[in-house]
Design a binder for this molecule. Structure first.
Ligand SMILES: [Mn+2]
Length: 145
């Protein structure tokens, strides 16, 4: 799992990709596809006026519904700007409403202790009708030797 970013003109970026080292096996492949699908739902749900808690829940329900309650112990995302973690927060405890022009992450994950972890994170600009995705790195599962 690679979670990294850059600083440009005082502004931060944030991105996570997960690769498999060697053949991942069926369980890891399933978890990867689960997280990828859940992340897409998160991207589909984010828009100006969106309720951050409800967006987190839409994604969380998919992951928990697949039997991974207890394997996703962080929020869906956070604002990124002059600081790497800033408002708004997309989480179960958030009272935030998303505003157009805000830059946030969408980064669900599943972590099975002692076995595997997958997180996929994109950085997006909230727009009136959805998002503009700033992260261009492909998300299909990549297997390295
Ligand atoms: Mn992040």
């Amino acid at each position: 799992m690679f979670d990294w970013g850059a600083l440009s003109g005082g502004y931060c970026s944030d991105c996570t990709r997960t690769v498999a080292v060697g053949e991942p096996g069926s369980e890891a492949r399933e978890v990867y596809e689960l997280v990828l699908g859940a992340q897409q739902v998160g991207l589909d749900e984010v828009r100006a006026g969106g309720n951050a808690k409800a967006i987190d829940k839409a994604v969380r329900d998919i992951i928990y519904g697949a039997g991974h309650e207890g394997h996703y112990g962080h929020g869906l995302g956070h604002g990124v700007g002059l600081e790497i973690h800033e408002a708004p927060t997309l989480s179960v405890r958030s009272d935030d409403t998303l505003q157009a022009g805000t830059v946030v992450t969408v980064e669900p994950g599943v972590y099975i202790p002692g076995k595997l972890g997958v997180r996929i994170e994109d950085l997006v600009v909230v727009t009136d009708d959805g998002v503009r995705i700033l992260t261009s790195i492909p998300k299909a599962l990549r297997i390295v030797d």
